[in-house]
Design a protein around this ligand. Sequence first.
Ligand code: 9PG
Length: 520
Amino acid sequence: MISISLSEIQTNYKIIKAKNIQVELLSQPIKYYRHGWQSWSLAAWTDIKPLPIQKPAIFHPLQIDVEYAYETNPHGSWLGAVEFADGKILLLGALSLDTHVYQVQNQLEGRSEAEEAEWFIMLGDENQVFSEYTNQLKKRFGHVEKNHVPRVWCSWYSLYTMIDEEILFKTFDALGDLPFEVLQVDDGWQKNIGDWYTNGKFPSGMKALADKIKSTNRRAGLWLAPLIASESSKLFNEHKDWFLKDERGRFVSAGFNWGEYLFALDTTHPDVRGWLVALMKQVRAWGFDYFKLDFLYAGALKGKRYHDMPREVAYRECLKLMYEAMGENAFFLTCGTPILPAIGVCDAIRIGPDVSHEWENYRNEVLLYNPSTPGTKNAVRTVVNRLWLKDLVHIDPDVEYFVSKENTLEEEHKIQLQDLALICDFKATSDLPQWMTPDEREQVRKFLLAEPKVKQLSRYVYQLDERVVDFSSAVALPDEPKGLTKLWGNFLGWLGDFPSVLHVFKWLDDNRVKKIRKSL
Ligand code: 9PG
């Protein structure tokens, strides 16, 4: 363990090679910057204290880095920072993968799960410190040439899994001359998670779907979750030896979703690599060239791999492999992805949890105190705290909303989300053209074509042309539950670990969407 005193880094930055490192803090900090592992994990400046353990635990593998789920010290993946009373910040950030930063009493500690790591340390003004850190990251991880980010219509946040050929074809026609460049088909087209061929809802097949999109003069986009498989999938049942196991030979859990347990492919297995390449080539051959690959964290879970290597190194290798297999000019958006390993090996990274038609979901965000679950406030909070990534990669804040049908967001919150997308320079929506009033349709058009001049005024305040936008109302975490609310939250968290209870929640959600689908 190498120990550094703050007095040694009063000027400029330092880069030190060590497996583990400790930086002594000379005064008591007032805030800690936590940087969550993957797209949906929390990134925020918080008070110096432990946060409640995220609930329910069944979701740990798919919302945070499960290896650190019960860590009580303030901590985060690859980097951590503290803010002092004079407004200066001290950042300890790794320039290597498989690293974690903690604040333990009066020390910032960096630890590597792998071999020796490179550690960046800098004290100073927040923007300068993050900008120097990103410079150093760029040198090691590279960055994909900043090609144009297309304006995207995505099927998820209106139709969810209730997509089928008829409704998508109708929707694509109804989008008319709105200036979208990609129409992206999300979850719901596939036979099963792991079985990436069409289910009965697309009788004309996937090539016909891509052709339909291309006939509207747009690029065809497709969602897949190539690194996981559900327990009932053919892939899992026919190739059990392809899946990641722990030291004791048990399958590693990749979480629970779609009413089922999920498992993770061992991406170092030669047959899995071959299968992934063939899959990417297949979807490209259908005519799609914009790919949203999701639930990617599964490629970086801890386990015993065919080729032994650090888990995030294995994951980065796999992203490279898939990116190459997608072929020339494909646009690769990573989602549910560990952040640092994806830099330089994809076009864009989703940098926050899912938005939703609600600002804050009381059950998930207040009672369960879960900042990773879908909800617009959760999404804005984490995205605003990850804007520093913009110099390295295209950053996707998720979609924006314009319509009032089936949506409880206040106008103010819809605009906050739209402004955030303008700052990220990544524009998308799932709003159905069938639901847009003529006025809303004009709003969408204006938004898609807007290119405001963006200037940051303070940590959470930005100026867009002449307008000042303040995200402070979203970044604060809810008050921690106390008394009866805490008891009720704990009970709910315990209940949420039972798949049968999750089935009931899923049934309720599905019913809402089924009603929407019927009304169209
Ligand atoms: C499709 C969706 C959409 C969406 C993705 C991803 O349990 N969870 O915490 C959880 C978070 C996000 C999530 C699903 C589950 O959504 O982010 O855009 O593509 O998958 O299923």
